[in-house]
Design a protein around this ligand. Structure first.
Ligand SMILES: [Fe+2]
Ligand SMILES: [Fe+2]
Ligand SMILES: [Fe+2]
Length: 448
């Protein structure tokens, strides 16, 4: 047996097959990068307003991956063309037209079917075809890049296919989905498909995008969240109370994790309405957003593991997201900055939370807090890099300003508190999970 040539990437015969030229590559990459950017934006526009928790989880992951994909493609274009063509402009108005239609989705069925029944499968097919046609040696960097994007896009499509099945299980939902899919497919075809090289349809259906798109960032929860409008937050005080036994402090800490979904909810607006930033901004901020989705997931994992119906027994409300929605995006980001810097002091912050869970002898909670801490250190750096220069303030001043801004929004929830009973749910929760009375005595029942 001979040692294989060409580093094992291809046979000589395969390597002699002519693939895309540099020009053909660049023309396609400009489209893919724009499509990935717009897919990221769709996720940002939909995460808060889509009630289903599982959709929020997936959108958080997928929008951050799409920001990464756009970043990779931008780098590859830069390697092939000097000067680098502009990548902050739409390469084909028909692409934007497709996304304008997609954004008219009215409900979860249309959102899921549009994104995961139309766009994502087409994108996956385009990447597969591109990979297959690229020359394995001459264009190895492209293949290397697409191979890694494909891993993500394949996983997204697996989730997406199951989600489409789940939301179209009734005949009426299926009929509505079919109609919507046909509508969007016509607009996809009108852009020549993802690559732009397919034949366009003779006629387009009437556009649904008659009004300019205005994003709705108001956070929603589905009806499994029994206390979604109860803004009382006992968990922080209980977790910090040294007079409370560790097993109760741990469940308080895990409540603090699971309610974190409101962080990505308000971050969507901060990122989506920050236009014209360097692409790195979107990559790093969407990564942070996804981390916050994961922090909420971590709390849910803990309670699922203990067999607790967390959606029913914990007030997982979107209070901070509603409050920060009343500030401009720079000020909202400034509040996030203050909150995150505040997690660093060892005696009150993430280190303490980690130690509580180690002391409580809960390996699962300890690991959750260990990674939560690591993520928050990263977020402190992200905030220093992107928010501080915008404020023109030294860090200490920016923190003070963040707390002041947060305090300004304290009355915002009054407008919404008649949507549900405002009550201290902690004693019942402790009874449910630990089978005894809470050891915490004095509750501060301020709405958060
Ligand atoms: Fe992507
Ligand atoms: Fe977090
Ligand atoms: Fe964070």
């Amino acid at each position: 047996m001979q040692i294989p040539p060409l580093a094992g990437l291809a046979t000589y015969e395969e390597a002699a097959r002519v693939g895309y030229s540099v020009e053909e590559n660049v023309a396609r990459f400009l489209r893919y990068a724009w499509i990935e950017k717009r897919a990221m934006e769709v996720g940002l526009y939909w995460l808060a307003s889509t009630p289903e928790w599982e959709v929020k989880e997936a959108l958080g992951l997928h929008l951050s991956l799409d920001a990464d994909h756009a970043a990779d493609i931008r780098v590859r274009v830069g390697e092939m063309r000097n000067p680098v063509p502009r990548m902050d402009v739409c390469p084909d108005p028909a692409i934007d037209q497709f996304f304008d239609e997609l954004l008219t989705a009215q409900d979860t069925v249309e959102k899921i079917v549009g994104l995961y029944g139309v766009l994502k499968p087409a994108l996956l097919a385009a990447y597969r075809a591109h990979f297959a046609k690229s020359n394995p040696i001459m264009d190895h960097p492209t293949r290397y890049m697409i191979k890694h994007i494909l891993v993500d896009e394949e996983e997204m499509n697996v989730w997406g296919a199951m989600a489409v099945t789940a939301v179209t299980h009734t005949p009426s939902a299926q009929a509505k989905a079919d109609q919507w899919q046909a509508h969007l497919n016509a607009f996809l075809q009108n852009m020549g498909g993802i690559m732009g090289d397919q034949e366009k349809p003779a006629e387009l259906p009437a556009s649904r995008a008659v009004e300019p798109f205005t994003p709705d960032f108001f956070p929603q929860r589905d009806d499994r969240f029994a206390m979604k409008w109860n803004f009382i937050n006992p968990q922080r005080q209980v977790s910090m109370n040294e007079a409370v036994p560790l097993d109760e402090r741990i469940i308080a800490l895990m409540c603090r994790r699971v309610v974190e979904m409101d962080v990505p909810e308000y971050m969507t607006r901060i990122i989506a309405e920050s236009k014209g930033e360097p692409w790195e901004y979107y990559v790093e901020l969407t990564r942070q957003l996804w981390d916050e989705v994961r922090h909420a997931m971590l709390g849910s994992i803990y309670f699922e593991n203990r067999g607790v119906d967390w959606k029913k027994h914990i007030a997982i409300h979107p209070g901070m997201s509603i409050r920060l929605g009343t500030l401009n995006v720079k000020d909202a980001h400034n509040v996030l900055y203050a909150i995150e810097q505040n997690l660093m002091p060892a005696k009150t912050g993430k280190k303490l939370e980690y130690q509580i869970s180690v002391n409580a002898n809960s390996p699962l909670a300890a690991q959750i807090q260990d990674y939560d801490w690591a993520d928050e250190v990263l977020h402190v750096h992200t905030g220093r890099k992107w928010l501080l220069p915008k404020t023109g303030l030294p860090s200490g001043e920016a923190v003070k300003k963040g707390w002041a801004l947060r305090a300004e929004t304290v009355d915002v929830l009054e407008k919404y508190d008649d949507r549900g009973e405002q009550k201290n749910w902690w004693p019942e929760f402790v009874q449910e999970v630990l089978g005894r009375e809470t050891a915490h005595e004095e509750f501060n029942l301020v709405r958060m």
